[in-house]
Design a binder for this molecule. Structure first.
Ligand code: ADP
Ligand code: NI
Length: 213
């Protein structure tokens, strides 16, 4: 296996090459923020820094939304790790993290390792707060979703369907994240980001109903 520094630098290049111009909120700077958050959480939890950093860097290269299928995305990452001569047991650990990380409407199984918990929390924290709101509208715009349909209930619509609204996504995911985080440090960071989303929605409805005139 190459040195850890070498592999991290190569993973950074790989993620940049794959995601640099992604317009749906999964661009390189999302990866960069998740990596920094993951390292911060990993230090608090005593998790393996290398596993957390590499999984954070590669987590969206395999995303099913950005690939022809989930399998093709995962194959791309696994093949890359093999070319870097990463140890088999580590490849297994990293692939388990990446394949169960996504929110997926809350349907994925719980993370088993502390490294998995850390990277999942880091990705979820980036879906909260001012940045999370911005990413939701970016994603919605790209997918052609409407802003808000006040009389419509999307509860029975599939999580991956793009026939919902940006505001509905706050309820199907953003407001639930706080209660789904694994680590204490992430829960602490989530408090103010969650509150910001609530305040944002309050103001959104005030303007929608012209209650601010
Ligand atoms: P997941 O795909 O597991 O929901 P991601 O981290 O890949 O999570 O999502 C990327 C960003 O796009 C997040 O900020 C997320 O909240 C947003 N997003 C995902 N699905 C939708 C959707 N249907 N409508 C609006 N935003 C979405
Ligand atoms: Ni992500």
């Amino acid at each position: 296996m190459q040195s850890e520094e070498f592999i991290i630098a190569a993973a950074e290049q790989f993620a940049k090459q794959e995601l640099e111009f992604d317009p749906s909120g999964h661009d390189w700077w999302h990866v960069h923020r998740v990596r920094k958050l993951a390292l911060e959480l990993a230090r608090h939890e005593g998790a393996n820094l290398f596993i957390c950093e590499i999984a954070a860097l590669l987590h969206d290269v395999a995303d099913e939304k950005l690939n022809e299928s989930k399998e093709i995305g995962l194959y791309k990452v696994r093949s890359w790790l093999i070319t870097q001569r990463v140890e088999d047991s580590m490849i297994q650990e990293i692939m388990t993290i990446i394949s169960t990380l996504s929110y997926n409407g809350g349907k994925n199984p719980p993370m088993e390792t502390i490294e998995g918990k850390v990277v999942q929390d880091a990705d979820r924290l980036d879906a909260l707060g001012a940045i999370g709101i911005a990413r939701t509208f970016l994603y919605s715009g790209i997918k052609g979703q409407l802003l808000h349909l006040p009389e419509k209930d999307f509860q029975n619509v599939d999580y991956r369907s793009n026939h919902k609204t940006a505001i509905y996504h706050f309820y199907e995911k953003l407001l639930k994240i706080k209660g789904l985080l694994n680590t204490n440090k992430a829960k602490e960071i989530a408090e103010s980001r969650h509150r910001f989303i609530e305040v944002y929605l309050e103001q959104f409805y005030r303007e929608w109903e012209l209650e601010d005139l």
